[in-house]
Structures are given as C-alpha cells and as structure tokens.
Design a protein around this ligand. Structure first.
Ligand SMILES: [Mg+2]
Length: 325
C-alpha cells in the first residue's frame, strides 16, 4: 500500500519502543525489543530482530502498516486453535501446565547440549502424560539427514502420533532429499527457517522440499501478501509467530482465521515474554486464542521503565525503513 506523508507522520507520532525481558532465553535472546504504533485500524507491532538489515526490516514494516492502516479481509471466526510448546526441559508437566488443555504440542528437539535420547525421553513423557495430544517436533534445522532418519524410524516403530517434523535439516536441498526418504515412514516435513523471505515459500514448494509451510505474517510483508503466497505455493500451512507481543500475535491470529488451515497455529508464544502490552493478552485458554484486535493498555504505556534506552536507534531505523517500505 502507498505510504503517504500523513501515514508516516502518524506512525512516527505514535511510535513506542519497548524492551521486554524474556521468561527464558529463546533464539539467543534475553530481551525482546519491539516498536508499536497506532493507526485507524488499531495498534500494530514492528519487531524485526535487531540484527536484520533495513531491507528485510522494511518488509516487516509493510506488514505492520497494513495491519494499522490497510485493507484487510474480514473474518467472522472468533477463536483459533494453537499448539502448546515444550522447550528442551526436564520437567515436561511443569512446562506444559500453563497451556491447560491442548490438542497439539510442539516439542523442541536437537538443541545444543541435548542428546537424541533426551529428545526421545521428552517425547515419551509427553505421550505418557498427554496421550491424546498430537506431536510436532521442531529441530530448527539442527539435524543432519542421517540423524533425522534415525529418529523418524524410531517414531514410526513406536507409533508416535506425529503431525510433522519441523525444519529437521537446514537447507532446501537437504529437506527435499529427506522428504523422499521419509515416505517409507509416512512422515511429513514442515519448512520453517527455509521460509523466511517472500520468495522462499515458492522455492520450497517447487523443490518439493516440504509437505507443509510455516508462515509468519510479518516477514512475508503482511496478511494480504501471506494469503497470496499460501495460494501460490499450494501447500497446507501453519501460521506461526515471530516472538511477538499480543499486538503482533493478533495479526497472526487474523491470518490464521482467514487461511483456516487443517493444522493448528503456532501462536501461543505471548507468555514467552515476562510482560505483555495489553490487559487482554492473547494467551491460550483450552488450546485456543481469540481472533481480535489488541489494545495497548495505558498503564503499560505509562511504565517508563520498560522503554528501552535504544529508543533513538529504533526511531532512526524506523525513519530509514519508512523510506524503503
Ligand atoms: Mg520452528
């Protein structure tokens, strides 16, 4: 959409920069920096990771601007289903208790310092305590093909109710090779890290490198773009978050409602932050989150302590990216 001088002015005039501590270290981060602004549609979040170049960050900005100012298809869907997420921890029940009831759980595997046996132990514990839950395994690209096949064989033999392996290996070529080899175990692959940029989903689909695409609204330039990309790629999708506050998650939830995938969303991540920006956070109740706009609470905006000392650099980044967006 066209970014008029009036829109720029409103974004710069309402921008709030926040640094929110993470509950546990995630993606190497202990603090999540986000910028929020308000348009006629409501609040939007712009939170490209700090190491991203301006060009990539400006795509995330397009998504946020569309959410605050643009035309977004409407939906009557009131709630969407989300998966629970189990980090690589020993106490499985304590980690999953906050999610309440859930149909699907994503288990983090292949983390540094963990063995294949640690991963299998966690899977076994989940099956023991949550026998009805379907399982996703997210390796964040950390396995090689051989290791992925080894665990796939075990999962197959143990009849684990597996939905898919998420980014088991790093490259698109490895994913394509593994996908062929996994056919004998009837195991599906979802591409996550391989789908970070706008051009990636089609590349993955054309290389036949995944059965499912993990889509995030922000890196794909917004809801309308993501809808278009999902259609072009022609694969089932899982809508996921990019470690956002409830404002960013509300955009993902709206996308998920529009896509209506058979796969539940990975949007139950607001609780990874120690604080949210709203009195009505999008945290799951019985495996669902609401599909609704999120209002940033005044009390939060008044909490000066959460404003980052890096505000100036964020405003400079915003100004540059507004010219690129
Ligand atoms: Mg993932």
């Amino acid at each position: 959409m066209e970014i008029t001088p009036e829109i720029k002015e409103q974004i710069l005039g309402t921008a709030k920069v926040l640094a929110i501590p993470m509950r546990t270290k995630f993606r190497g981060l202990t603090t999540r920096e986000v910028l929020l602004f308000e348009g006629p549609n409501g609040w939007a979040e712009w939170s490209p990771f700090t190491e991203y170049e301006d060009e990539e960050a400006s795509i995330w900005l397009n998504a946020a601007i569309e959410w605050a100012f643009g035309d977004i298809p409407k939906t009557d869907v009131k709630t969407i289903k989300v998966n629970a997420t189990l980090p690589a921890v020993k106490d499985v029940r304590a980690a999953l208790a906050p999610f309440g009831k859930f149909e699907v759980v994503k288990i983090k595997v292949a983390e540094a310092g963990q063995t294949l046996q640690d991963d299998l132990d966690r899977i076994h514990q989940v099956r023991e305590h949550y026998p009805d839950a379907r399982i996703r395994l997210d390796a964040n690209g950390n396995w090689d093909i051989e290791t992925a096949l080894k665990i796939a064989k075990t999962i197959y033999q143990e009849d684990v109710p597996l939905e898919y392996l998420e980014q088991p290996v790093r490259t698109i070529a490895e994913m394509a090779e593994l996908k062929l080899k996994l056919q004998e175990f009837n195991i599906k692959i979802a591409a996550d890290e391989s789908v970070r940029k706008v051009s990636d989903p089609l590349a993955v689909a054309q290389a036949n490198a995944a059965d499912i695409l993990v889509l995030k609204a922000a890196p794909l330039g917004g809801i309308n773009n993501a809808l278009h990309i999902a259609k072009e790629a022609g694969l089932p999708v899982v809508v996921s978050s990019a470690l956002e506050t409830s404002v960013g998650i509300s955009m993902g939830a709206h996308l998920a409602a529009l896509l209506n995938s058979e796969y539940v969303s990975g949007l139950a991540t607001a609780a990874l932050l120690t604080q949210d920006v709203t009195d009505t956070p999008l945290i799951p109740v019985d495996g669902e989150i609401p599909v609704s706009r999120v209002k940033v609470s005044q009390s939060f905006l008044n909490q000066g302590a959460l404003f980052t000392p890096m505000s100036q650099s964020w405003v400079a980044r915003l100004t540059k990216c507004l010219d690129l967006a």
